[in-house]
Ligand binder design. Structure first.
Ligand SMILES: C[S@@+](CC[C@H](N)C(=O)[O-])C[C@H]1O[C@@H](n2cnc3c(N)ncnc32)[C@H](O)[C@@H]1O
Length: 380
């Protein structure tokens, strides 16, 4: 039996997410801003949670309809059989998002949905579940537009970019699903040399290593649907062992990471160890301008500092021309990709990008600049 789902993702990566879902067998799907609406079976929902590198959450739609007042949405929520979805002992969190929503208060609507759930539990089992806004077992999302509501139960639990092994980070780590999406946008393929010369806590390197080993990103974590009454643990185990057998033999994968900050290299090393991916990546502590380029051609993907702190803007304006001259001297033949919110970057480098892809890093409006380093070209 098929149900309705919404898979959310960082804006700009919807088409790549659609490709992932299609490869799992999803046929009925539509692209919306920030995700994909689709129909699928429970098995595909389990598979999407375990294997999607791009999705942030997979939400299962449990009610929807037209509304004019808070009571319309409350009554819609009352029709859901909450007591057969999850147990009284599970903690609960409701959140609401509204786009052009005419209701006065989204917080009030959140309370009304919580009331609908608790009222039903009370009338059927004489007690209500507790609310836990930090680490709930069950997450309910209400989405309201101008005329309609969609009520979802979150199948993922913690967001899927939490792969379950990153324990430490340095400043401003990029989210894992955004890093995986950028690797896909670059066209990098496992076996091609890959370099992140400002690797921070190593997110691009870890995602690339998982791709190289064909390792499903969700194998080391748990999911929200495991708390549901109809959770099929045998099905989850079957899918997990199938993905486990698809992992390729581990070995060096021509993935190179460096950073001028020794702390960053240590953190990356720890993260790679924790993920069991250390042997895939070669790390070194060096300034980009001193970089020893590991091969004649390859793909450079990086996320340089943004210029968020006072004085950093001017420092970056001075650094960019030096990076450009390093690239011209040492990286001719490479495809390079820079994710930054500093839109001045290519101009100050005096290099012209062949592509500028708008992406959001959290709330930051960024561009992924593709700069192909061909000897003697690129100059603005
Ligand atoms: C925004 S952070 C990268 C975050 C990383 N993508 C992650 O997910 O953790 C930028 C990194 O660039 C490094 N960096 C800045 N200038 C550098 C340079 N000239 N050479 C090498 N590393 C540099 C910083 O030490 C910092 O770790």
């Amino acid at each position: 039996m098929k149900s309705h789902y919404f898979a959310s993702c960082p804006r700009g990566l919807e088409t790549i997410l659609l490709g992932e879902l299609n490869s799992l067998g999803v046929q009925e799907a539509s692209v919306v801003d920030g995700g994909i609406k689709y129909e699928s079976s429970t098995e595909i929902m389990y598979r999407a949670n375990l294997s999607s590198r791009i999705a942030t959450r997979i939400l299962y739609r449990i009610a929807n309809g037209a509304y004019e007042t808070e009571d319309d949405v409350y009554n819609g929520a009352l029709k859901v059989q909450w007591t057969s979805l999850f147990d009284l002992s599970n903690s609960l969190k409701v959140s609401t998002t509204g786009v052009k929503c005419p209701l006065k208060s989204l917080d009030f609507m959140t309370l009304r949905i919580k009331d609908a759930i608790c009222d039903q539990f009370r009338s059927q089992v004489d007690a209500r579940p507790n609310v836990d806004i930090r680490d709930p077992d069950i997450r309910i999302h209400l989405y309201l537009n101008a005329t309609h509501f969609d009520l979802y139960i979150d199948t993922s639990g913690q967001p899927l970019y939490q792969r379950g092994f990153r324990k430490s980070s340095v400043e401003a780590p990029i989210r894992e699903n955004l890093a995986a999406g950028i690797l896909a946008l670059s066209g990098w393929e496992s076996g091609e040399p890959l370099l992140d010369p400002m690797c921070g806590s190593g997110t691009f390197l870890i995602e690339a290593a998982m791709i190289a080993f064909n390792q499903a990103p969700g194998l080391k974590r748990s999911f929200g649907f495991e708390n549901w009454k109809d959770f099929d643990s045998a099905l989850l185990e079957k899918i997990k062992s199938e993905y486990q057998t698809q992992i390729k033999p581990l070995g060096f994968s021509k993935i190179y990471g460096s950073d001028e900050d020794l702390r960053a290299i240590r953190v990356t090393k720890t993260n790679l160890e924790q993920a069991g991916l250390k042997m895939a990546v070669e790390l070194s502590c060096q300034n980009f301008n001193d970089i020893k380029v590991p091969s004649k051609v390859g793909v450079l993907i990086t996320n340089p500092p943004y210029g968020e702190r006072i004085g950093e803007d001017e420092d970056l304006a001075k650094a960019y021309p030096l990076w450009a001259s390093t690239m011209k001297k040492k990286l001719s033949g490479w495809r390079t990709y820079f994710l930054t919110s500093d839109l001045r970057m290519p101009k100050l480098m005096r290099l012209s990008p062949s592509k500028k892809t708008p992406l959001y890093n959290g709330a930051l409006d960024c561009r992924l600049f593709e700069i192909k380093m061909v000897a003697g070209s690129n100059r603005i």
